[in-house]
Ligand binder design. Structure first.
Ligand code: GDP
Length: 349
């Protein structure tokens, strides 16, 4: 994912750099009267000023190299509106876009820069810190499990078709590989075929599943799952639930009951990255009505824009925990903001 955004951000970086000081972002122009090859490289000031009695040209070079620039608002206004367009085109939610722009503006305006300093490093640093602010800190599930009483009970909910069932199975595989014991509760009793679907996954990945018949009370299924986990000293309960009912109040009352009965430690909302801003809006609505501790975005492999992944944590104030990256059981990666920023912007130069 992020391929398109990565390219666009690279262009925005150059644009910001050139708007701060065009000449410094590209190779320095030759000093008057000197061929280009004799220009002083900007990153190595003073190196070529070797003579004990500097010539007039040398003095000019020193003056250019050591002059400080102060970045002004007007220097970067155009480049910032380009950046805004890039973010909006990439499906980044408007308030998140505003937060990024305002952070970049704050870091750059008024900053003193010596000509010898790399403009790209300044611009990249500003973009990186802005993205880190909006991406938040992420959520380390393994660390959470390590520091909480067993069984850790995790309730998953989300819109059907987004990859909820597959994600529950993927997390089961992920935790099993780390040595944890897991049980799955087939709490999506509402949708025809959902129990069958999750039990097929459970069979394939070798994880015990607790299930009742279709239409059963999900609270009862999940209560039984927790009982099973307690009596068998299982580390983690993965509770699948329906993400949608006929009405919002129906969904809320069902989830309220499930919460009362199974007392989940974590409620996780699952949606698909390809839904872009719709996923951000739905997650916010879900968090407002039911409450979520973290979000998982599936199908990140099919999403080149990356807007939902960038926007979700900042918009709802809840961390993004994992990204689904394919249809296989191993196709899930913990969401690590610093890694994402590194991938997007590379290292400072
Ligand atoms: P549910 O109805 O929400 O439980 O959705 P499913 O788990 O049945 O998944 C719906 C479809 O999305 C299936 O074909 C999955 O293989 C596919 N899917 C799930 N997660 C991902 C993902 O991260 N990437 C891709 N490309 N497909 C996924």
């Amino acid at each position: 994912m992020f391929g398109g955004l990565k390219e666009k951000l690279a262009a925005a970086r150059v644009r910001l750099g050139t708007s701060i000081y065009g000449a410094a972002a590209s190779p320095a122009p030759p000093a008057p009267g000197l061929p280009a090859s004799e220009t002083v490289p900007l990153t190595t000031p003073n190196k070529s000023i070797s003579s004990s009695s500097p010539t007039f040209v040398d003095k000019i070079k020193v003056l250019i190299i050591d002059r400080e620039l102060i970045i002004s608002e007007t220097d970067i206004t155009g480049a910032l509106s380009d950046l805004e367009m890039i973010l909006l085109e990439s499906d980044v939610a408007l308030p998140v876009c505003d937060a990024i722009i305002s952070h970049v503006r704050k870091s750059l305006v008024g900053k003193r820069r010596k000509i010898g300093e790399s403009v790209d490093a300044i611009v990249t640093g500003a973009l990186k810190s802005a993205l880190l602010v909006v991406l938040g800190t992420g959520f380390n599930l393994v660390e959470y499990i390590q520091t909480h009483d067993r069984p850790v009970k995790i309730l998953f909910t989300g819109v059907n078709g987004t990859g909820k069932t597959t994600t529950v199975a993927k997390i089961g595989v992920y935790l099993k590989k780390l040595g944890y014991t897991v049980v799955i509760g087939a709490g999506d009793t509402y949708r025809a075929g959902a129990i069958e679907q999750i039990s097929v996954h459970a069979g394939r990945i070798g994880i015990k599943i607790i299930q009742h018949q279709e239409g059963a009370d999900p609270s009862a299924v999940l209560f039984d799952t927790v009982q099973f986990a307690v009596s068998h000293k299982i580390d983690v309960v993965l509770a699948d639930t329906a993400g949608r009912f006929h009405t919002k109040s129906n969904l809320m009352s069902q989830l309220e009951k499930i919460k009362r009965v199974m007392k989940p430690d974590l409620v996780i909302y699952i949606d698909e990255a390809i839904a872009g801003n719709d996923a951000v809006v739905r997650a916010a609505e879900f968090d407002k009505t039911v409450g979520a501790d973290a979000v998982i975005l599936t199908k990140a492999d099919m999403d080149s824009r990356g807007g939902a992944a960038i926007s979700i944590a900042h918009t709802i104030g809840k961390p993004l925990m994992f990204l689904g990256t394919g249809q296989g059981y191993d196709d899930i990666v913990p969401f690590e903001p610093t890694q994402v920023v590194e991938d997007l912007l590379g290292s400072e130069s």
